[in-house]
Design a binder for this molecule. Structure first.
Ligand SMILES: Cc1ncc(COP(=O)(O)O)c(C=O)c1O
Length: 391
């Protein structure tokens, strides 16, 4: 099937967080929503059909995790990332963020340290603080317009007797890095040598741009596999985040048992009736959607890059290797934190995600979601250009 990603579909009055809640969440109800990480593209048709089929049956009682969930996950991860999973390793969860929280609860105590690589997806920090654990920032190093890892710092942090978990984001939201094999090996070795469990959030792993390849860290070595919990979901790829369904890979039986027990005691595992029909249809029937989506996103990223170079040279795009979330270096504007947010959100009326929301390392940056029709992206850029000219 051919998908038309240029088609603008109004999301207003659909209880969309991005569109209908932009005022309360971002601070300006008239701003064009380019913030939260879902796309403005309709889901693939087989997903829509599967949900509609289920909706037509008028009873929405409790459901269970059907065997097709395991088969669909095994097939997809093998096909897209070359990693052969054993179905026994896989757990259904109602999202990746609940898993990060549950891992923290199950494998650390209040006051323990959890390592994250700021600037990073903000719910990691919230999960650590909300559970009364301590954020240990292995801050990413921004050098010559590119992000890399300070391995010595990571090692020091992992050595701390209170360090219990390392939450990796691969590919990384918001800086857009797809970690290379060498980088993954070094991080995984450090964790292993210091008895720090790795939680690898690979939710964006299908969205690899410009020939970058995703490598599941757990697939590199049996020892890494036994020390890693890997989180996948079709939700970013196929725009199903509101249906809540993710596949969590936990090859280590002891870790799996403890994680499942914690889920059970929280009573937080029960899925809604639409989650699995959509999940299975997405992974089993919709690869053609992804094959068309990727070049479209690359086109948007290229447009963004050339528009910034030609018209807004004081804003630089950090080269994106993956995801539809673009990280804009605004150092050249001489504004940060509140002033930078005010410029984009109130003056340009473009609802970006504030960079400092991803950690103090992001104060000079904003995140722009380009998972939208090209005309929407152009509109945002033109709104920014008008105000940029007045600076
Ligand atoms: C890195 C990352 N992890 C997890 C999520 C969301 O996870 P879920 O909706 O499955 O809880 C997002 C959404 O933006 C994300 O970017």
């Amino acid at each position: 099937m051919v998908y038309d990603f240029d088609r603008v579909v109004s999301r207003k009055n659909t209880q969309s967080s991005k569109w209908d809640n932009v005022g309360p969440r971002v601070g300006n109800r008239d701003a064009l929503p380019m913030w939260v990480a879902d796309t403005d593209f309709p889901c693939p048709q087989p997903v829509v059909d599967a949900v509609a089929r289920r909706a037509r049956h008028p009873i929405y009682g409790y459901t269970y995790v059907v065997p097709e969930f395991y088969t669909a996950t095994v097939n997809w991860i093998k096909k897209r990332h070359g990693w052969q999973l054993d179905p026994e390793w896989i757990i259904f969860a109602t999202g990746v963020v609940p898993v990060v929280n549950t891992m923290i609860q199950a494998f650390s105590e209040p006051g323990d340290e959890i390592i994250i690589q700021g600037p990073v997806y903000h719910p990691f920090g919230h999960a650590i603080r909300d559970n009364n654990r301590v954020i240990s920032y292995n801050s990413l190093v921004y050098r010559d317009g590119r992000y890399c890892i300070d391995f010595d710092d990571l090692e020091q942090r992992a050595k701390s007797p209170r360090a219990k978990l390392f939450v990796l984001c691969n590919p990384h939201n918001p800086v857009g890095r797809a970690w290379r094999e060498e980088e993954l090996r070094r991080m995984a070795e450090i964790c292993l040598n210091n008895s720090v469990i790795m939680v690898s959030d690979e939710i964006h792993s299908d969205l690899m741009l410009f020939k970058n390849r995703h490598i599941p860290v757990a697939s590199l070595d049996d020892r890494f596999r036994e020390n890693t919990v890997t989180c996948y979901a079709p939700s970013k790829t196929f725009n199903t985040a509101g249906l809540r369904g993710s596949g969590i890979v936990v090859p280590n039986g002891e870790i799996r048992k403890k994680l499942e027990a914690r889920f059970k005691s929280n009573r937080s595992i029960q899925q809604n009736a639409f989650a699995l029909p959509a999940y299975v249809a997405a992974y089993e029937e919709c690869e053609d959607y992804l094959e068309q989506l990727l070049p479209y996103l690359e086109g948007n990223a290229q447009l963004l890059d050339s528009y910034l170079r030609e018209n807004l040279p004081r804003i630089r795009l950090v080269p994106p290797e993956a995801t539809f979330l673009m990280w804009l270096d605004c150092t050249g504007l001489g504004m940060r934190d509140d002033a930078l947010a005010d410029f984009f959100i109130n003056r340009c009326k473009v609802a970006v995600s504030r960079g400092d929301g991803f950690g103090p390392q992001g104060a000079d940056f904003v995140r722009l979601n380009i998972g939208c029709p090209r005309s929407t992206l152009l509109r945002a850029l033109e709104q920014i250009r008008e105000q940029y000219a007045l600076l």
